[in-house]
Design a protein around this ligand. Structure first.
Ligand SMILES: *Cc1c(COP(=O)(O)O)cnc(C)c1O
Length: 421
């Protein structure tokens, strides 16, 4: 179906209804002013051109209104997070009441574990996928220690079999069969940052619930990349960041999902702050904590509006393109990348990401034989912005909002050249 020529790639771009969205982004350039082949949206998404307008609006309101901007700004600051909720909820497949933008990913992960990891003497273990992102692992281990549990006993890793790269669902079933009674929480990355493998969220949630466990997901590599259908998955909670596929700028605020079954759950522990308090009495200042129903009730502080402005700009861009359309393009674009890599028939490289589009997002992880980071350095010199992960993987993520078929074709040509040297 695909063809290995520049003409073909250009023709795909010409026929792509979303092609014009590339123009809505700042594409990084080399010193001579040529656009780089940017395939690193899994690490830091590119900047929409409208972002500076959205931030300027808030800066201008602050300059002109001072404190009155809380209520009088064009987009008032007091309810600013609410302007993000609906579009963010669509992206993760949740009801608006289940989603809030706040804090950053690791902070939210801790807050969620405070609520959803309440170990007992006999049910106290946490399952993560092996090779979880370091921050997630540190967070989980420190939560275990906080409850007086030795991570060596309390942390269970769902790992690929020897000589395999990907986690098998049957092996998670086996873990649950053997230790389900002792497991309190399953905390899984929806899409693994290293292999690019996307896990079946609903199946995992049903499995966890069958054994009376809480189930949460880290969507750092899922949000804006796959449709996780969080509500239907039944997951208890999820967290994600907005600076990867959600293009909201370095260190921008994260998102948090709490399933509606917990909207008013008073059994849960919670670290509270005034922004999670009933909006009607928040400024009375003297009332006992009265949690807002739903995800909003987990907010702590009044949020950074400039960061939220960047998220609003990004979400408006997603909404304009239509997430469904983006996912369709993404499957094709990554399929094209896979095709071109296969065409190379080069034993020095191997794609470890699942072949089945349902088990991955846009990223392909390419394992390099003999772990030669030089290959990555040479690619960078050739104008490709990608990402190297020790010990031996290059991650390539064509983002359907701003990457095109020509990017993917150029990448494959450059990789071919570099491999020949
Ligand atoms: C990117 C990423 C993080 C980063 O966490 P921050 O708190 O936003 O710094 C954490 N976990 C995973 C899986 C990630 O991919």
């Amino acid at each position: 179906m695909f063809q290995n020529t520049l003409e073909y790639a250009k023709k795909q771009d010409a026929n792509d209804p979303l092609a014009s969205f590339r123009n809505k982004f700042h594409i990084p350039k080399d010193t001579k002013g040529n656009e780089l082949v940017y395939l690193c949206g899994n690490s830091l998404g590119l900047q929409p051109k409208i972002t500076s307008e959205y931030i300027s609006e808030s800066l201008t309101d602050w300059a002109n209104l001072g404190v009155d901007g809380h209520t009088e700004a064009k987009h008032p600051w007091l309810p600013y997070h609410e302007f993000l909720t609906e579009n963010m909820a669509k992206i993760v497949g949740a009801k608006p009441s289940e989603v809030v933008v706040m804090n950053t990913l690791t902070t939210n992960l801790h807050l969620m574990m405070v609520s959803f990891f309440q170990p007992t003497k006999t049910k106290y273990k946490i399952v993560v996928e092996s090779d979880a992102f370091p921050s997630d692992k540190y967070a989980v281990e420190s939560q275990l220690k906080f409850h007086g549990i030795d991570p060596k006993q309390g942390l269970i890793q769902w790992a690929p079999r020897e000589d395999e790269d990907l986690c098998r669902f049957e092996d998670l079933e086996e873990i649950m069969k053997n230790q389900g009674d002792e497991i309190a929480l399953l905390m899984i990355g929806s899409t693994n940052y290293y292999t690019g493998q996307s896990f079946p969220l609903k199946k995992i949630t049903e499995l966890g619930h069958k054994y009376g466990c809480m189930v949460g997901f880290d969507l750092a590599h899922g949000a804006g990349n796959i449709q996780p259908n969080l509500h239907d998955s039944g997951a208890d909670f999820a967290v994600w960041c907005s600076y990867k596929y959600l293009n909201s700028g370095p260190g921008s605020l994260g998102g948090c999902f709490v399933h509606e079954r917990h909207a008013n759950n008073k059994e849960l522990n919670r670290f509270a702050g005034w922004w999670g308090h009933n909006k009607k009495t928040r400024f009375n200042m003297r009332k006992d904590f009265d949690a807002l129903p739903g995800a909003e009730g987990w907010q702590l502080s009044n949020p950074p509006i400039l960061s939220m402005a960047a998220i609003r700009a990004s979400l408006d861009t997603f909404a304009e393109a239509g997430f469904e359309n983006l996912l369709k393009k993404s499957e094709k674009l990554t399929g094209y990348l896979e095709f071109l890599l296969d065409e190379m028939q080069n034993d020095a490289i191997r794609v470890i990401t699942p072949r089945n589009p349902e088990e991955r997002g846009c990223q392909l992880s390419i394992q390099v034989k003999n772990a030669d980071k030089q290959l990555f350095t040479k690619l960078t010199e050739a104008g490709v912005i990608s990402d190297w992960r020790e010990p031996d993987v290059i991650r390539i993520a064509p983002a359907p909002l701003y990457n095109n078929f020509e990017d993917v074709y150029k990448f494959s040509e450059k990789l071919k050249k570099v491999l020949k040297k």
